[in-house]
Design a protein around this ligand. Structure first.
Ligand code: FHN
Length: 590
């Protein structure tokens, strides 16, 4: 055992850190990282577009069930939700033996899926290190019968395939430590994060940056209450060891290199004002493995979301939750390989592209760009006539990317009318390529990504589905099953990212039969840390199963600081089967 590990086993993180500090192992001062180093790393990150997120840890053993009881919510939060004492949760380590873990299989799956980078939980909020750590004996090598470091094998397997590698690390929340945030059932006393940072976080982050080759990024999470100085120290540590390693915005205090959206939260429209961004997203309703969660998103939805995100300027980091035996669930594998098959044919329209220069009016299409080319991703087939408005550049050629077959078209002012086949040639996303006379598409006035119209449709498909019961139906293009569940209600959430500022009239388009009418929609603009800042209500009427649009009473006030516009039911499960297609925000002169 090395001296640091020895110190920890005798003294615990706090005391050991004081001693190590005194011995001079403190993090060095701000490193000089040239702007070009970061810019280059960001360009490489931007080009990759699609990555694999992996949540793997001790929580895969209970897999969503504790003492025979189903535990709601995301699987990796089971310790917190059930307030499991450290002494009890720690026992899971003695059972953790992922004998079926095969790093090459995981990396190969990422490659088959067309994912260009991988980010895996090195330590989640439960505090357990999934790598060999001298900083804490609570790690996979020292505390489990498995006794090996899977991260070594995984980083090597990714490097072999040219897949960029990065670590997730929960820096502030750590339910295993008194100085970590979150565990108030074992540690009710006031917390001092500094000894925990010095004794566990800084040394572990140093290990991650020293022992696993070049890291594309470190993915911090839930920054919480760390001070600006503490976060700066963390950033400096990373940049000193690997200047080109990117940091996500969840490091806190604006110290990240790129922006993270909320979980499963896709910006409403093209979003470029805050630099590069990424959407972390689940394949079902959990990050860590839950044995009963089979609510898998379907390839059509995921491929369309990939096109949607890339079209808006982001990267898609899509999660898998392996079992305690080390296996990625077969359903996840099948879905990912289907996405990979689509990317094999259509990858040209995703990797290395720029976002749509057009505002996105509905959910028929999304656009991506390369010099001299515009890719139109047709997500909802419009039939044989497809009218696309707003392109001024001359189109020299139009064809389907999948088979090269030419697509006839004619111009009508700033509109192009394409003659499409009656049915899509790809069940998920048929890409129409336009070769342009200009390197960069010229966009007609009123159609550019920065110019939102006075009537703005927010479709259910572009919303985050919150809760375990709510579902999206492609046939009717609507969301349904808004169950009222204490704590975790089912809702739709839209994320404007500073694109809206004003008081809006609102229409809601929904359908509802007699038996389900009578509940109340609640539409709210919410601000982080504040809650609802503006709320409108509407009593649900019977519509005989037809979609109707109804104006809500009052105006919804949305400001740049509004994080989310959410729609749920205020009362009465009886309306849970209402189908919501969209809300429309109508800007009125003030
Ligand atoms: O609390 C975590 C959660 O468990 C998961 O890791 C996600 C992934 O983005 N991040 C936090 C919540 O935002």
């Amino acid at each position: 055992m090395n001296p640091q590990r020895l110190l920890h086993s005798f003294m615990g993180a706090g005391l050991a850190s004081l001693l190590l500090l005194a011995c001079g192992t403190r993090t060095p001062p701000a490193p000089q990282v040239s702007a070009e180093t970061t810019a280059q790393a960001l360009r490489a990150f931007d080009e990759m577009k699609f990555g694999m997120f992996i949540h793997w840890g001790l929580y895969a053993i209970p897999a969503g069930e504790w003492k025979g009881k189903y535990v709601r919510g995301i699987g990796e939060w089971i310790m917190f939700r059930e307030k499991i004492p450290v002494a009890e949760y720690e026992q899971l380590a003695k059972q953790f033996n992922p004998v079926n873990f095969n790093a090459d299989e995981w990396a190969q799956l990422a490659q088959d899926a067309g994912m260009r980078y991988m980010v895996i939980t090195s330590k989640h909020h439960d505090g357990f290190a999934m790598f060999d750590s001298d900083a804490s004996p609570y790690n996979i090598v020292d505390a489990t019968p498995y006794g090996k470091d899977p991260m070594k094998a995984l980083s090597a397997a990714c490097a072999k395939r040219g897949i960029k590698f990065g670590f997730y690390y929960s820096q502030d929340q750590d339910w295993h430590e008194a100085g970590g945030r979150g565990n108030t059932w074992d540690f009710p006393e006031e917390r001092d994060p500094q000894p925990y940072l010095e004794g566990k976080v800084f040394p572990q982050v140093k290990e991650l940056l020293s022992n696993y080759g070049d890291l594309a990024l470190i993915w911090f999470d839930t920054p919480g209450l760390l001070s600006e100085q503490q976060v700066t120290e963390l950033r400096n540590l990373v940049k000193t060891l690997q200047p080109s390693c990117l940091l996500n915005s969840r490091i806190g205090h604006g110290k990240g290199d790129y922006v993270q959206t909320g979980d499963n939260a896709i910006p409403l429209q093209v979003y470029t004002k805050d630099g590069k961004w990424e959407v972390p997203a689940t394949l079902n309703d959990t990050w860590g493995y839950k044995k009963n969660d089979t609510n898998w998103k379907q390839p059509r939805d995921l491929i369309a979301k990939l096109a949607d995100i890339v079209s808006k300027g982001g990267n898609y980091l899509l999660n898998v939750g392996p079992t305690a035996e080390g296996v990625i669930p077969q359903a996840s594998q099948d879905i990912l390989r289907t996405i990979g098959a689509w990317l094999k044919v259509n990858g040209e329209s995703i990797y290395g592209t720029s976002p749509s220069p057009f505002y996105l009016p509905d959910i028929t299409w999304r656009a991506t760009v390369k010099p001299g080319k515009l890719y139109l991703h047709i997500l909802n087939w419009p039939g044989t006539k497809f009218r696309f408005e707003g392109l001024e550049s001359d189109v020299t050629k139009a064809y389907l990317l999948a088979n090269g077959s030419p697509v006839p078209f004619r111009r009508d002012g700033v509109a192009l009318e394409f003659q499409l086949p009656p049915t899509p040639i790809d069940p998920y996303d048929t890409v129409l390529v336009l070769e342009l006379a200009d390197q960069t598409p010229k966009v007609a006035a009123g159609y550019s990504a920065g110019e939102l119209p006075n009537r703005l449709d927010l479709y259910a498909w572009t919303a985050r589905l919150r809760g375990e019961e709510i579902r999206y139906d492609w046939e009717t293009q609507s969301a349904t099953n808004f169950q009222r569940v204490a704590e975790l209600p089912n809702e739709l959430g839209w994320y404007p990212y500073k694109s809206l500022d004003g008081d809006y009239d609102v229409e809601i388009t929904y359908s509802c039969d007699k038996s389900a009418a009578g509940g109340t929609f609640r539409l709210a603009a919410r601000q982080r840390g504040v809650g609802a800042t503006s709320t409108l209500r509407h009593v649900i009427e019977p519509t005989n199963g037809k979609f109707v649009s109804r104006r809500l009473e009052g105006k919804l006030s949305v400001r740049p600081q509004t994080e989310q516009i959410s729609l749920g039911l205020e009362s009465g499960d009886k309306s849970s089967t209402v189908k919501v297609r969209k809300i429309t925000l109508i800007k009125t002169a003030s």
